[in-house]
Write a protein that binds this ligand. Structure first.
Ligand SMILES: [Fe+2]
Ligand SMILES: [Fe+2]
Length: 242
């Protein structure tokens, strides 16, 4: 697999990181009384432990240039020391706090079946398949969006960045603007994390490992879609007929 083929395969996985229920979350169609389920599952599946997941890629990586990228990402996510001012997992909790949800629920989340499978897979791919798979899944799949192509192609659709007052949690659920600290932090720093993720993949993953990385990404995408099905159902949404 050439570098260009590798990039294209990764972009095509990311372009499928899209779930049918998402427009229901962003248009206010999910009842506020159920919205906590989505936030709790996201928190327990990857938000809370995100810095640790980055760390798993770091400790397995023999390449200093890649470790530096991962260390910077880990430090910001774990402490907010470069940009956000506070740990990102803590800033995430400002969403449920601002919405008036019971924060104690976030300390003991029971994962939905699909969430449990997805998290199990994340644990496996970040610990047992080498740094390239761990870094791809954590910095590209988890942190990335379906709009990665816009980083390389100015004619590709960019990630929409509506005004903060138009943020779905503000617009449809009454979240105070000041509770969007994580959204603000991500708008400031996430561009760097996107660039770093692609540098690690395209400039450092050895040619012989590219196919392995793509197949792990496909596997994670499939598990993520099932996880999001379970969250949608638990939030009272019905899957469209396929
Ligand atoms: Fe973050
Ligand atoms: Fe990040």
């Amino acid at each position: 697999m050439t570098r260009d083929e590798f990039r294209e395969a990764l972009l095509q996985v990311m372009e499928r990181k899209h779930h049918w229920a998402w427009p229901h979350f962003t248009s206010g169609a999910v009842k506020k009384a159920r919205l906590h389920v989505h936030l709790e599952q996201e928190y327990a599946v990857f938000v809370r432990d995100f810095p640790v997941l980055v760390g798993r890629a770091y400790v397995q990586c023999p390449l200093p240039a890649v470790r530096r990228e991962l260390a910077e990402n880990l430090y910001e996510e774990e402490t907010g020391g470069l940009h956000a001012g506070r740990p990102h997992p803590e800033l995430f909790l400002e969403y449920p706090k601002g919405l008036g949800f019971d924060l104690s629920r976030f300390e003991a989340v029971t994962l939905l079946p699909g969430a449990k499978l997805y998290r199990g897979l994340l644990d496996e791919v970040t610990q047992a398949r080498g740094w390239s798979v761990a870094a791809a899944v954590v910095t590209l799949f988890i942190e990335g969006t379906p709009h990665e192509r816009a980083l390389f192609d100015p004619s590709a659709p960019a990630r929409p960045e509506p005004a903060l007052s138009e943020h779905p949690l503000v617009k449809h659920y009454g979240l105070p603007l000041e509770s969007l600290a994580l959204t603000k932090a991500h708008r400031g720093v996430e561009g760097d994390h996107r660039q770093a993720a692609w540098r690690m993949m395209l400039d450092h993953v050895p040619g012989a490992e590219r196919a392995k990385v793509v197949s792990a990404m496909e596997q994670v995408l499939a598990a993520w879609l099932v996880y999001r099905d379970d969250v949608a159902l638990a939030c009272g949404l019905e899957a469209p007929q396929r």
